[in-house]
Write a protein that binds this ligand. Structure first.
Ligand code: SF4
Length: 534
């Protein structure tokens, strides 16, 4: 269906010598708008470092929001999650060994070798070049092409959310363009926003547009056949054209997530990206965006987004929709869940009203866990687990004896109340920051072990600093990255940079050692958060 609109026009009057008046209208910028397009939104396969990365996935939340909006606007939308649908298809790209054999040997070595010996055997940085063992996870190229052929879309939108997805996203775009040259391919997501020119050039023009910033309105214009005035970048005869980033959209402007778009997706059970839901069908969701903190390694922290809650009436509509679709447990991914206590309490009341289980995976600031919040969470009775990241360096708890004297003692003590009420509480530590020395690393590992042993948390995840493009860290320490084009190194689990006092192999040793030592005492360690499960 086509609709002709007049973007702007001039009206003017003319008076002749007989005092007759004539009306003139001049139409400018005549545009033809396509009202219904066929769009396929695709999450590309994962490439992961087979040594350091766990294999994790969940619903493609960004694609889901955009797909729901475009569908509401009358377009024909499908979502293909090549990872969820092809989770069992794991192929080593760099060796003849199959992934299961490689992984089994890695875990045997983790138990029998020292951290230094393990790194000597597996480090991708041993040869001077970065040479990683890479595993690909997802539907095969043939299966993806078959699905595209069946759907026959005019537009394919590819999610390039994370920097470590750079290579498989480019490969997917090239594959589609080679086989279906008439399909317009659009990339979007955080990495596509921050590295649009590199993505467009690396794809050899297979990608027609990169959407920059929140994408729903920009993508809508593209599939209508329009040329957006902002929020898009493309190559024009090899010349890079960048129209800037689209404004941050308010959560209330998003459409309600439409469950029918994901009805074919089979969820991994147990979940691979968060705590086990004990068989309950789970869904990632956000009821607010924005974080008050300014972590220098985080895109949200570096871009200084303000806090933006979803109105409670819309929260309730969404809960009803998800419940009707059979979802039983919400995995909250809010950047700063406790930022607005009143809003959080309102959300909890609605979750209770609609009898949904929930867990937090986005992270809760420990300083916001006051007695009132803890009482509310415990009284709610439906919380499965909470992720409470904190840095022991800031909390002066580097020795167990230090708890009693620290003024943060009470805050950490509160975590015990949550655990005693049956909630699984986990935290994380990050290695490879510029302020850490090797001695600090050893001290922090001991601290986390003490926190686990003494019952403050059930588990500590092990992360490695990644200097993501567009973060403050990248600006400050980007030169420490061993190879900026080593895209798998930007995963939060994968060391890829030296620091002022540590080589990249020192950081790898810290990561391996922390995993080895935590695995020895984490009674409920699951194999989702750590690449080195017990
Ligand atoms: S607390 Fe989390 S979301 Fe907030 S800035 Fe830090 S890493 Fe980012």
């Amino acid at each position: 269906m086509l609709l002709i609109i007049y973007k702007s026009f001039h009206i003017w009057l003319k008076l002749d010598k007989n005092f007759n008046i004539s009306l003139y209208i001049t139409f400018l910028n005549l545009k033809v708008v396509k009202m219904k397009s066929k769009i396929m939104l695709v999450k590309p396969p994962i490439h992961a470092d087979a040594v350091f990365d766990p294999i994790r996935t969940t619903q493609p939340l960004g694609l889901w929001y955009i797909g729901s909006y475009l569908k509401e606007k009358g377009h024909d939308v499908t979502i293909l999650d090549t990872v969820m649908e092809g989770m069992d298809n794991k192929t080593m790209l760099t060796s003849e060994t199959d992934y299961e054999t490689f992984s089994e040997q890695k875990h045997l070595d983790l138990e029998s070798l020292t951290a230094e010996e393990f790194v000597d055997k597996y480090s991708p940085h041993s040869s001077g070049e970065v040479s990683r063992e890479i595993v690909r996870v997802g539907l095969s190229d043939g299966e993806i092409l078959e699905r595209i052929k069946e759907e026959d879309p005019e537009y394919v939108g590819i999610s390039v959310f994370a920097t470590c997805n750079h290579t498989p996203s480019i490969e997917l775009a090239k594959l589609i363009k080679e086989n279906f040259p008439d399909i317009k391919i659009i990339a979007g997501g955080s990495h596509a926003t921050d590295m649009a020119e590199k993505i467009l050039r690396d794809s050899d023009s297979s990608i027609d547009f990169c959407v920059k910033g929140d994408g729903q309105y920009v993508l809508e214009e593209i599939v209508q056949g329009l040329n957006p005035e902002t929020g898009v970048a493309y190559l024009d005869n090899g010349k890079y054209v960048d129209k800037g980033e689209f404004r941050r959209i308010k959560m209330d402007e998003f459409s309600m997530l439409d469950s029918s778009l994901l009805e074919n997706i089979v969820l991994p059970m147990p979940a691979t990206h968060t705590q086990d839901t004990n068989g309950r069908k789970y869904v990632d969701v956000m009821f607010s965006r924005g974080c008050k903190k300014r972590c220098e390694y985080c895109v949200a922290g570096s871009k200084k987004y303000g806090f933006d809650p979803l109105s409670l009436d819309k929260v309730e509509d969404q809960l009803i929709e998800l419940k009707e679709a059979g979802y039983e447990e919400l995995v909250l991914q809010d950047d700063d869940l406790l930022r607005d206590k009143e809003h959080f309490f309102g959300v909890l009341d609605l979750i209770q009203k609609h009898k949904l289980n929930w867990q937090d995976n986005g992270g809760i600031a420990i300083e916001d866990l006051d007695e009132e919040v803890i009482d509310k969470i415990i009284d709610n009775g439906l919380c499965n687990s909470l992720y409470v990241p904190f840095n022991p360096r800031n909390y002066k708890v580097n020795q167990a004896a230090g708890y009693a004297t620290s003024h943060h003692h009470k805050k950490i003590e509160r975590l015990k109340r949550l655990r005693e009420s049956g909630i699984y509480v986990y935290t994380s530590g990050i290695f490879g920051t510029d302020v850490q020395t090797k001695e600090d690393v050893n001290s922090e590992i001991e601290t986390y072990k003490n926190i686990i042993r003494e019952g403050y948390v059930d588990q500590a995840l092990v992360f490695s600093v990644s200097h993501l493009p567009s973060t403050k860290n990248h600006e400050l320490f980007g030169d420490d990255i061993i190879n900026p084009d080593d895209f798998l190194g930007y995963s939060i689990f994968v060391p890829h940079a030296k620091t002022g006092t540590m080589s990249v192999k020192d950081v790898e040793v810290a990561v391996v050692k922390a995993n080895q030592e935590y695995n020895g005492i984490q009674k409920h360690a699951r194999d989702w958060g750590s690449s080195f499960p017990k």
